[in-house]
Design a protein. Structure first.
Length: 186
């Protein structure tokens, strides 16, 4: 089965009051988004994709990673998810593993564990009993995803829990949404 890792990194970062966009802000010596992009690429799936929008991430996307533009990023995360899923469909992938560009401490092994889980049309990482990205979405559920709004697959998982399998993962699934978050985890 062909799988694509998709990093959603298109948002405006409206709660982040730093000098730079949060995804380009320094975190442990590198731009914040570089951590998630590198972990997704290191997972070794068939393709790694980054969906950008509010800020140009070409400086943090290594060679060999596909960079997609979400022109509708201001309409919510669902548009970024749709951008990645539409690309995967066009490329003939059977599933995507979705992660977030503002989660720097989710390791490549979590991406691999979710990708390799043997069953379930939706496979969610579980960190210490808490369901968080990355999440694998098989092609069978792509048409069930929201077309708009600021929720990605969360609404689908809540509405169709029978489709979801959890996989225990190591790592720290924190979101960096504010300057305080960045400082706390740096």
């Amino acid at each position: 089965m062909s799988l694509a890792a998709v990093v959603l990194a298109a948002g405006g970062g409206s709660r982040f009051a730093g000098q730079d966009h949060k995804l380009l802000s320094p975190f442990r010596g590198r731009p914040l988004a570089a951590w998630a992009v590198d972990a997704a690429a290191e997972a070794g799936l068939d393709e790694t994709v980054v969906v950008q929008g509010a800020v140009d991430l070409s400086s943090v996307v290594p060679d060999g990673v596909t960079l997609l533009e979400n022109h509708a990023w201001a309409e919510g995360q669902a548009t970024s998810l749709r951008t990645g899923v539409d690309w995967a469909r066009h490329q003939g992938h059977a599933a995507v593993v979705i992660g977030l560009g503002d989660q720097p401490l989710v390791p490549a092994e979590a991406w691999r564990a979710v990708a390799r889980a043997p069953r379930g049309p939706i496979v969610a990482a579980s960190f210490g009993g808490r369901r968080r990205p990355p999440v694998r979405l098989d092609a069978a559920v792509w048409d069930l995803l929201p077309a708009g709004g600021d929720e990605g697959a969360r609404a689908l998982m809540a509405g169709r829990p029978e489709l979801v399998v959890e996989v225990a993962c190591d790592g720290e699934p924190i979101d960096v949404d504010t300057v305080e978050d960045l400082l706390r985890w740096s």
